[in-house]
Design a protein around this ligand. Structure first.
Ligand code: ZN
Length: 153
């Protein structure tokens, strides 16, 4: 677990310093807002979906803590090019990784999450789980075309 913890810290720091896809999408077809009152994370996710249902572009804006920002950044990288079923599977896999009671054994291979598996490290800080999952719930709402703001509470 020590390697994973170190990797987790490196990855979080890297994405916090240089968030990927931190921008608005001009003419985004779908978008949603998310808010985590416990921490104060606010996030806006924009999506563009291609004719074949694949996520052509996904980006975020807002202000969140390190974990929220890193999670959003990595999410945008992982979601690009996915169709809705694949996006749903990834969302569920990530959610499961952070919230299930089962220990994250062999987390790196869990549900095809790839490097997202480092977020298993967040499980050690239960209060931070919502910081990490907020961007994902927000993306989920955007994909489904819901206009209601997402709140973790
Ligand atoms: Zn937070």
């Amino acid at each position: 677990m020590d390697d994973l913890r170190e990797l987790y810290q490196q990855v979080i720091l890297d994405h916090q310093r240089k968030p990927r896809n931190f921008r608005a999408i001009e003419g985004a077809e779908r978008s949603a807002d998310g808010f985590n009152p416990l921490c104060g994370d606010r996030i806006h996710v924009d999506l563009r979906v291609a004719g074949d249902g694949r996520i052509e572009d996904v980006a975020f804006t807002g202000s969140g803590c390190a974990i929220c920002t890193a999670s959003a950044s990595m999410m945008t990288e992982s979601m690009r090019g996915k169709n809705e079923t694949e996006a749903e599977t990834l969302f569920e896999g990530f959610h499961h990784l952070l919230t299930s009671d089962e220990p994250p054994t062999d987390a790196r291979d869990a549900s095809g999450l790839g490097k997202l598996a480092v977020f298993a490290g967040v499980r050690e800080f239960p209060v931070r789980v919502k910081c990490a999952t907020l961007p994902w719930h927000t993306l989920h709402a955007a994909l489904r075309g819901r206009n209601q703001p997402v709140s973790t509470e």
